[in-house]
Write a protein that binds this ligand. Sequence first.
Ligand code: FAD
Ligand code: NAP
Length: 334
Amino acid sequence: MHRPLIRREVPLTDRNTLRLRSVAELFAEPATDDELLEALAYGRRHHLPVTVLGEGSNVVLSPYLPGLTICVRLEGIGIEGPEVSARAGVNWDRLVHETISRGAFGLENLALIPGMVGAAPIQNIGAYGVELSAFVREVRAVHRKTLQSRAFSAAECGFAYRDSVFKARESEQWVITDVRLRLRADDRPELAYKGVREAVDAAGLEVSARSVARVVSEIRRRKLPDPSSTPNAGSFFKNPIVDSGQAGRLRSQFPDMPMFEIENGFRIPAAWLIEKANLKGRSQDAVMMSRQHALVLTNTGGADAVAVNRMAETVRREVAARFSVTLEQEPRGY
Ligand code: FAD
Ligand code: NAP
């Protein structure tokens, strides 16, 4: 049966990994460029706010999303040597495995990150010592109001730690349609992040992109609560970065606080701060800071955005009171 492009009052509870109760006033899932333009033109004609949703693994959805919510369903992967292009609706983990099996290497440390390709540049996804920005050549996007398509070079994307222009200056302006990457033809995986090399060796595997993707996926399955049984949005806070002055003060006050020196300061694992502030396993309304991984906020059943925001505020307040460090929320609220 033919489904209309724009549908009314569509539930989003199964479309966000925190499983927050939410309904979109209007909802479209364009599968072609023409359908995407048609949906955006409809939004412009009716002066509607437009929200873009991928797989909903990094969002906190309100009970009701007014206006038009668009989930981009553009599909397709092109691989020519190390040059890779992928459309926004492709599942990220599928792209990782497809590139490896076609001899284009580099994405292996980013295996099993949930979500769609179109969302990956938004926060410059990263894990196990690798960030997407290392490979981006170009991001194509359509402006939500003018409907013009344009290409952003890697420099124009303004990538930083879990950040980009699409999340900052140009926030909520664009719909990403395509991502072009330049990967590597040589299979030399990044092994510096703790535990990766050891896991490859312990499994008796040769060092390769394929074996790194496999052990990273295994580590993630072991360490992180699975959203399909324990609704969550991954790390709920970014790992804070402090300058050397603050790092020195913190180190003298809390000698066992882990810190990693990076180019613009010192990174502190937010999970450690949360655990030491006695918030691991803390439960409030229908929300809990996971006992398995302190940085992961979970919905224990029937939570809504209000409950999530209350817990987030409790965590921020108690961590700031104990360590004078400000935590910044990672998932975006709508
Ligand atoms: P959504 O959550 O649906 O959307 C996220 C943001 O992107 C929203 O602002 C949305 O408007 C915007 N967006 C989505 N698609 C488009 C588009 N086509 N055009 C414009 N804007 C768009 N993140 C990491 O960086 N590293 C990790 O290791 C990691 N691990 C995770 C583990 C778990 C268990 C979970 C649940 C999440 C994890 N995340 C991680 C967060 C999340 O997977 C990523 O941020 C991912 O890129 C989100 O993809 P999505 O399709 O679910 O986007
Ligand atoms: P982990 O390996 O226990 O490490 C905890 C923290 O230490 C993170 O802040 C990590 O920074 C930092 N760290 C570890 N080794 C480092 C190094 N050599 N140099 C600089 N910083 C270092 O973390 P985890 O929670 O199990 O996650 C593993 C990886 O997956 C991390 O990269 C994490 O970011 C990513 N991840 C992200 C999400 C998400 O939703 N964003 C969810 C799950 C996992 P980094 O965060 O910068 O790596």
